[in-house]
Ligand binder design. Structure first.
Ligand SMILES: Cc1cc2nc3c(=O)[nH]c(=O)nc-3n(C[C@H](O)[C@H](O)[C@H](O)COP(=O)(O)OP(=O)(O)OC[C@H]3O[C@@H](n4cnc5c(N)ncnc54)[C@H](O)[C@@H]3O)c2cc1C
Length: 340
């Protein structure tokens, strides 16, 4: 059977995007039809544009044909927003191949990145210059998906989420059936920009409701030169607040992570093969991290952390603590989502 007999748009898409730009066979479509945790749907076909202009054109064709679609990055979202419905009528627009631009401005500490790049791609490129995009989580999402979901991650306490680090976006937006789709926004790497309405504020955290992100201009940060990590065993979640207040008072500018972990979450992680740092799982745990761009000769973070911890053990807010072993401790944090 000709693909045009299945849907007239299939031939149109294949002729412009080529064979790699379109996936129609059930085996090829399967990985696009489910997400990281929830959701199993059925898509009409997967369309994979490689440029902003191709994406704009694809959206225009779909809107004109009244064909419903869902946008998908790495499908690591936890609420199946990128998964097609079960009707088989929705098209899946994958941003996987949208990788036109990965430009770093090292002196300005910014990067302009196409939506299809992964967080790990950006961080690999930035690390070469002693920089990073500091949103850290147990998945490797696309930049477009991160903007759409305003991804937070474990270092939110220091750096904020995507919104706090987003300077500009470009996006494809539609204006109804009869008007052409267009590309809006830009790539201005300004910390303060009052030149007009902010597309980045509208598009960040709104799950693609107002447009499809094609590029994001992001703030980068200096990589830390030293890190001190600890996992604390405490009696109850409320004590974590007192600890955070005390930590921020004493060492605030160095706090880069402070993550509460319930006993249930910790037990779930340990049940899935991660080694326990404590003999017995405590009622509540806190993973904390201090980082600094100062060298340990200028300031010894481990010493600062153990001094502060000594006081907390003495005043009874902390029952037990494991210091160091950052890989093992972060593995616990990053396994929670999957384990739970
Ligand atoms: C193990 C694990 C740990 C996680 N930890 C955290 C965490 O600590 N903090 C946190 O905030 N999140 C966390 N997440 C979820 C996180 O939000 C997603 O991983 C990620 O941000 C979504 O990016 P994605 O590329 O996978 O997007 P997808 O899952 O593909 O899509 C997510 C949504 O964005 C839309 N979308 C995708 N791309 C675009 C685009 N270019 N333009 C417009 N809309 C688009 C989709 O339609 C969908 O609605 C975790 C997920 C996993 C699996």
């Amino acid at each position: 059977m000709q693909s045009s007999e299945l849907h007239p748009l299939l031939d149109i898409f294949e002729s412009r995007l080529g064979k790699l730009g379109l996936i129609c066979d059930p085996a090829g479509k399967a990985i696009y039809e489910s997400s990281a945790r929830h959701g199993q749907g059925s898509g009409c076909a997967v369309v994979r544009p490689t440029t902003r202009e191709e994406l704009r054109w694809v959206v225009e064709q779909l809107v004109a044909a009244d064909a419903p679609f869902v946008v998908q990055g790495a499908a690591s979202g936890l609420v199946s927003g990128a998964t097609p419905s079960s009707t088989g009528a929705q098209w899946i627009i994958s941003t996987q191949r949208l990788r036109q631009t990965l430009d770093l401005d090292v002196n300005n500490r910014t990067a302009t990145v196409s939506a299809g790049y992964r967080l790990s791609d950006l961080n690999r490129a930035a690390a070469v210059h002693g920089l990073c995009f500091p949103i850290d989580l147990g998945a490797d999402p696309t930049i477009g998906g991160m903007v759409a979901t305003n991804t937070g991650g474990a270092r939110l306490v220091r750096y904020g989420g995507v919104r706090e680090n987003l300077l500009d976006v470009s996006a494809v937006v539609t204006r109804g059936h009869s008007a052409p789709a267009c590309i809006v926004g830009g790539q201005r790497a300004l910390r303060k920009n009052n030149t007009g309405l902010s597309w980045s504020q509208l598009l960040c955290g709104t799950f693609g409701a107002f447009g499809i992100v094609t590029d994001a201009t992001l703030k980068l940060h200096a990589l830390a030169r030293q890190t001190a990590t600890a996992l604390l065993a405490i009696e109850k979640a409320a004590d974590a607040i007192d600890l955070l207040v005390s930590l921020e008072k004493d060492l605030g500018e160095f706090v880069s992570a402070f993550e509460g972990i319930s006993r249930n979450a910790l037990v779930a992680v340990l049940r899935h093969g991660v080694q326990s740092p404590f003999e017995k799982a405590p009622p509540y745990a806190v993973l904390l991290e201090l980082t600094s761009t100062l060298s340990s000769r200028q300031l010894d973070l481990d010493l600062q952390l153990t001094d502060w911890l000594g006081e907390q053990l003495e005043n009874g807010l902390v029952q037990d603590a494991v210091v160091g072993k950052p890989e093992q401790l972060w593995r616990i944090r990053h396994s929670i989502s999957e384990a739970v």
